[in-house]
Ligand binder design. Sequence first.
Ligand code: 3H9
Length: 686
Amino acid sequence: MTVSIERQGEIAVVTVNNPPVNALSQALRQGLFDAAEALDADRSVKAVVLACAGRTFIAGADVGEFGKPPMPPHLPDLVARIERAAKPWIAAIHGSALGGGFEVTLGCRFRVAVSSASVGLPEVRLGIVPGAGGTVRLPRLAGVETAVDMVTTGTPVGARKAHEAGLIDAVIEDDLVAGAVAFARAALDRPLPDALRDRPVAAVAEGFWEAAAKTVAARAKREEAPLSALACVRRAAEVDFETAIAFERETFLALRGSAQAAALRHVFFAECAATRPPELAGVTPWTIRSAAVIGGGTMGAGIAAALRDAGLPVILVERDDGAVERGLANLRAIFHSAAKRGRISTDAAADRMAGITGTTDYAALSDVDLVIEAVFEDLDVKRDVFARLAAACRDNAILATNTSYLDPERIAEGIRRPERFLGLHFFSPAQMMKLLEIIPTRASAPAVVAAGFALARMLNKIPVRAGICDGFIGNRILKVTRAQAERLLLSGATPPAVDAAMRAFGLPMGPFEAQDLGGLDIAAFQRKAARARGETPFAPIADRLCAIERFGQKSGGGWYDYAPGDRTPRLSETVASIIAEEAKDWPRPDWDEDAIADCILLPMVNEGASILADGTALRASDIDLVKIHGYGFPRWRGGPMHYAQAQGLDKVVEALNALATEGLADPPCELLLEAARHGGFSDASR
Ligand code: 3H9
């Protein structure tokens, strides 16, 4: 049953039960509406407690219904119905009261919560604004500044802070429903506060809206919803309640149908699906309560920091005492910087360091649950590490490699109990980047793969399963991005024009700026290895830049020149003359920003389709998550595969064929052609 009513004397307890997260489906809205009618008619009831069964309070509107026509009773009407109920409603919150769930509580006369609960209006993260009065009631409850902050960032607020901000009336330590019933009884003894609709909005200081608009616009970049959310709160402060509600609803409905909202919804469901792959349903993961990292360089230290952030004790292993000290210093720097930025307290930083043991002795690993290797990308070096780990660790310890390009099957060759081995590919800086590629070998036990997914959840990362190939999912597509960027230079575009076009598309950086920042030498090293395997990677200009040691900012020049101590990219005559020499015989079409972006993005989509075809990725949406969480692809574009589908795959095929005719890209692969014929990839966004 979705809504049930129980009586505790003169207090009615309405319990919502709509697993998994009590989303406000049509049936639930109807159930609550009927409950409000029935309880108003029941003279024995003096107040109503609204609580939820399961792991959370109402987590919001049912996002799955957003693609369909809205069905009555509409959520704004339900909130209004609860607000004008003849008896006061008290929301009893555990878990998360989010979006429409929080808006329902704003229709209630009071809100109480357990200390672990949080409340928020995360709609902007779905490309919309609150649509059931959130932007109009919230400033009446907690003031304009809190409302602006909550609706434009979408960040939830924990119960204690929510109490301080006036968002909730009490924090209940023990039994939530019993506490809420007691709160209701006490409230009946006092005059009731006005419903939020009847309260005024406090005035703001002069210049507040202009300053807020600047801050929100800078943070939102190209996302539409945050500024629209700000406009809604401003309206709520400037016009009467009903007019503001109508404005909010109109804004909500317009955004709900937008391309950005469709993309962000796609990402939302892709993220939910990523954490629980159906192929591992019912598999119990191996337990991870302690971890070790081999290698304390940038990557190893970042991984160790991420493990510590999740509360795991960590052993850091290095070759010699000096390297151990350097590794620990790298970790200290990470936590120091986190404390300096206010991400953690100084006490927490000290606690993180206290949980790390540095050593050179593999014997210290005899009892750890998980070891992640992050040493130099050299097959022999890594094999040697795993031979030692296989001997030193328990048989049921998970052994993982963080390799970016080497074949995990070859790294694991010959180790004892290979079912405990898998690839866990982090992205730098590993303590920040959300993506974790999980790469099983043929021998990896399902319970070990499931442990990789469980680890991602512990680390608050997005796991994506990737098959074995050069670069897995993310770096395999990155190679195409870079090759296309070079093709553009050879056919008449300039590095600044290519970078500007990709920034205009929404990437934080263009491909040349990014290479100069990260260094050109790593990719050169990989191309060398690929050539040794008989492959023919395409990088005629990058190869020549590396040959003259133009490795990027670190060597004073790469694709651009840099003045000492200044990271501003400047046009390089050296690079221009190399491009001119290499560009002979290439076609020179007219490039505008859209054409440049297409020349890079559509081949990435084509590579994504090949990746699906050969099983390196299981779902198109996984590819989207990889590019969003590992490479800065704009979330509001939904990832490359969603972007291509939103453009129309037939148009993508046509444009790729045109590029291929000019020798500027490979022709569309079979799976892309097939997806275009069938109107989409098989896991098209809901
Ligand atoms: C809104 O409310 C608009 C209103 O202002 C206006 C209306 C007029 N709908 O994340 P989990 C599914 S906008 C449908 O793994 P957790 C999710 O897909 C909404 N489904 O759990 C997954 O399904 P599956 C504003 C939803 O415990 C399953 O539930 N609200 C919704 O780690 C479990 O999810 C939000 O944006 C939904 N709203 O975290 C809240 N939410 O098992 C979004 C979840 O098939 N939700 N599902 O893969 C969350 O942030 C987290 O789910 C939550 C629980 C923190 C609640």
